[in-house]
Design a protein around this ligand. Structure first.
Ligand code: FAD
Ligand code: E0Q
Length: 457
C-alpha cells in the first residue's frame, strides 16, 4: 500500500487523541475542526465544562503518552457527596480506597493538551474548517470557514468522523447509504451553573467529590475545576407531566427558576451567587442516545465517539468510551492492510460495547436521581463490597467494572445483570447484612459468575 493517510473530521476529544495515536504509528494525519484554535482564542465551550475521566480513558491517554499532561489539571473525586435535607452531605466512596477514584478534568484544558501533542507528533491541524459536503466517488470533501463562508475542497484517502453527536460526516454518509440511524431523545435536558471560589480563593465545598443533590425525578450534580470553581448541572424534564412535578417549560424566567431552586435546592443555590446570570446565559442542553446499524462506508469513511454512539451522560463514560474507540481503531488499522477490513473489524468489536454502555448510562440516571439515598440501595452497595472481598475473582461491583476496569462494557453489563438479581434476592426483606444467607449466595455466585480473566482483575 502506498501512503497511509487519514483525514479526521473534528479535533475535539476523540479526534485529537486519534491524531496522536495514528502519528505514532506512522500515518499521515490531517485534522479538520469547525471551531477556531482554542489555544489562540480560548475555548468556546458550548458543551459541559468538565468531565469525569476514569480508567478506560486514562488507559487510552497513556497509549498516547498524554496521561501525565492531562493529570496535571485533574482533580480527584473519591466518591459521590450526597446532599439531602438539612443533614451534612455524606460521601459514598466509589471504590475501596484512593486507588479507585475518578478525575474531574476541564474539557478545554484536555482538548488543548491533546491538540498540542497531536501537532508535536506531526499531525496537521486545520481550524475554522467545518465539514459541509463529501463526494465519496471523487474522494473530495468540502469544508466551510464559518468566519467568511469560504469553501475549501480537500482530497482524501479515507475520512474518520470524530465530529460529535451532530456529525456532518454521518449525514454525508447517510446520503450514500442508509446507516440505520436512530435517535432517542431523553425527555430531560440540562443546564449548567457555576459555584465560584471563596473570597480567599478556595473551594466552597469538598473538592474531592462529585456532588449530587438527588430529588427523585430530577437532580443537580457538581464537579470541581482546578481553578477552584465547580460546574453545577441541573438535569430536569423538558416538559411538565402529571406526577413528575417541575420541568424546564414551567420555569419561563429567572425568577421562576430561582424560586424553584429556593424550594428544591436551597443548599446549592446558596453556593451560586450569579444564579440569575448563569440561568439566563446558559441554554438548556439536549440529551439523546444515538444508534446506527453501520459505522463505516467500505474503505472510505468510519465514525467513532459521539458521532457513532452518543449517549446520555449519567455514567460519565461518553468520553471514556470515545477514547477506547480511538485505541481500538488504531489497533485495527495496524492489523489490517485494507482499510475496509480495519473499519469493519473496529465496528464489530466496538458496536456491542457502545450499546452496552449506552444502556447502562440510561439506567444510571434513575439510580442517581432517585436511589442513591435509599436504605436498600445502600445495603446492596455494602453487600457488593462484602462479596468482592469473599469472591475477588468472580464478583466485582457494577460501578467498579465500568469505571476502574477495562473489561469490555458488554461483559460488565452481562455480569451486572446477574449480580443485580443476586443482590436483590439476597437483600429482599432484610435490613442488615447479618441476615444474609451467605452459603446460598456463595453457591449462586459460583454457579452463575465464572471467574474473571486474569488480565481484567
Ligand atoms: P466532541 O467532544 O463533541 O468533539 C467533536 C468535535 O468535532 C468538536 O470539536 C466540534 O467542534 C467538531 N465538529 C463538529 N462538527 C464539525 C464539522 N462539521 N466539521 C468539523 N468539525 C466539526 N463523558 C465522560 O466520559 N465523562 C463525563 O463526566 C461526561 N459528562 C458529560 C456531561 C454532559 C452534560 C454531556 C452532554 C456529556 C458528557 N460526557 C461525559 C460525554 C462527552 O462529552 C462526549 O462523549 C465526548 O465529548 C465525545 O467526544 P467526541 O470527540 O466524540 O465528540
Ligand atoms: C460518575 C462520574 C454527568 C455525570 C458524570 C458522571 C457521573 C454522573 C452521575 C453524572 C456516575 C456516578 N458519574 O456517580 O455513578 O461516576 O461521571 Cl450525572
Amino acid at each position: 500500500m502506498a501512503e497511509r493517510h487519514l483525514t479526521i473530521v473534528g479535533a475535539g476529544l476523540a479526534g485529537a487523541l486519534l491524531g496522536i495515536l495514528l502519528r505514532r504509528r506512522g500515518w499521515r494525519v490531517d485534522l479538520y475542526e469547525k471551531r477556531g484554535d482554542p489555544r489562540v482564542q480560548g475555548y468556546g465551550g458550548g458543551r459541559s465544562i468538565n468531565l469525569a475521566l476514569a480508567e478506560r480513558g486514562r488507559h487510552a491517554l497513556r497509549q498516547a503518552d498524554a496521561d501525565e499532561a492531562v493529570m496535571a489539571h485533574a482533580i480527584m473525586m473519591r466518591g459521590r457527596m450526597v446532599h439531602v435535607g438539612d443533614a451534612p452531605p455524606r460521601l459514598q466512596r466509589y471504590g475501596r480506597d484512593d486507588s479507585e477514584v475518578i478525575w474531574s478534568v476541564h474539557r478545554g484544558d484536555l482538548n488543548i493538551v491533546l491538540l498540542d501533542l497531536a501537532e508535536a507528533a506531526g499531525a496537521r491541524l486545520h481550524f475554522d474548517r467545518g465539514l459541509d459536503r463529501v463526494d465519496f466517488d471523487a474522494r473530495t470533501a468540502r469544508f466551510l470557514d464559518p468566519r467568511d463562508g469560504d469553501a475549501h475542497e480537500v482530497a482524501f484517502e479515507a475520512l474518520v468522523g470524530a465530529d460529535g453527536a451532530g456529525s456532518a460526516l454521518r449525514a454525508a454518509m447517510t446520503r450514500v447509504t442508509p446507516l440505520g440511524e436512530q435517535v432517542d431523545f431523553l425527555d430531560h435536558g440540562y443546564k449548567e451553573l457555576e459555584i465560584p471560589p471563596t473570597a480567599d480563593g478556595g473551594f466552597r465545598i469538598e473538592p474531592n467529590a462529585l456532588h449530587i443533590w438527588p430529588r427523585g425525578h430530577y437532580m443537580c450534580i457538581a464537579l470541581p475545576n482546578d481553578e477552584r470553581t465547580f460546574t453545577v448541572t441541573l438535569f430536569l424534564p423538558h416538559h411538565a407531566d402529571p406526577g413528575t412535578g417541575p420541568a424546564f417549560d414551567q420555569l419561563p424566567d429567572v425568577a421562576a427558576a430561582r424560586a424553584f431552586f429556593e424550594r428544591e435546592f436551597p443548599s446549592a443555590l446558596a453556593l451560586i451567587p450569579a444564579f440569575d446570570r448563569d440561568w439566563a446565559a446558559n441554554p438548556v442542553g439536549q440529551l439523546a442516545t444515538l444508534t446506527l446499524d453501520r459505522w463505516h462506508l467500505d474503505r472510505r469513511a468510519v465514525l467513532l465517539g459521539d458521532a457513532a454512539h452518543a449517549m446520555v451522560p449519567f455514567h460519565g463514560q461518553g468520553m471514556n468510551c470515545a477514547f477506547e474507540d480511538c485505541v481500538a481503531l488504531a489497533q485495527h488499522l495496524d492489523a489490517h492492510a485494507d482499510l475496509a477490513d480495519a473499519f469493519a473489524a473496529f465496528e464489530a468489536e466496538r458496536k456491542p460495547n457502545a450499546a452496552a454502555i449506552q444502556h447502562m448510562a440510561l439506567e444510571n440516571y434513575h439510580e442517581m436521581r432517585d436511589r442513591v439515598d435509599d436504605a436498600d440501595y445502600l445495603l446492596q452497595r455494602e453487600l457488593e463490597l462484602a462479596l468482592q472481598t469473599r469472591h475477588p475473582a468472580r464478583f466485582v461491583p457494577h460501578y467498579a467494572m465500568v469505571t476502574f476496569m477495562r473489561m469490555p462494557y458488554r461483559e460488565a453489563l452481562e455480569r451486572s445483570e446477574i449480580q443485580r438479581m443476586l443482590l436483590s434476592q439476597a437483600t429482599d426483606g432484610i435490613d442488615t447484612l447479618d441476615a444474609v444467607d451467605w452459603a446460598g449466595l456463595d453457591a449462586a455466585i459460583h454457579a452463575r459468575l465464572p471467574p474473571l480473566e486474569p488480565e481484567s482483575r
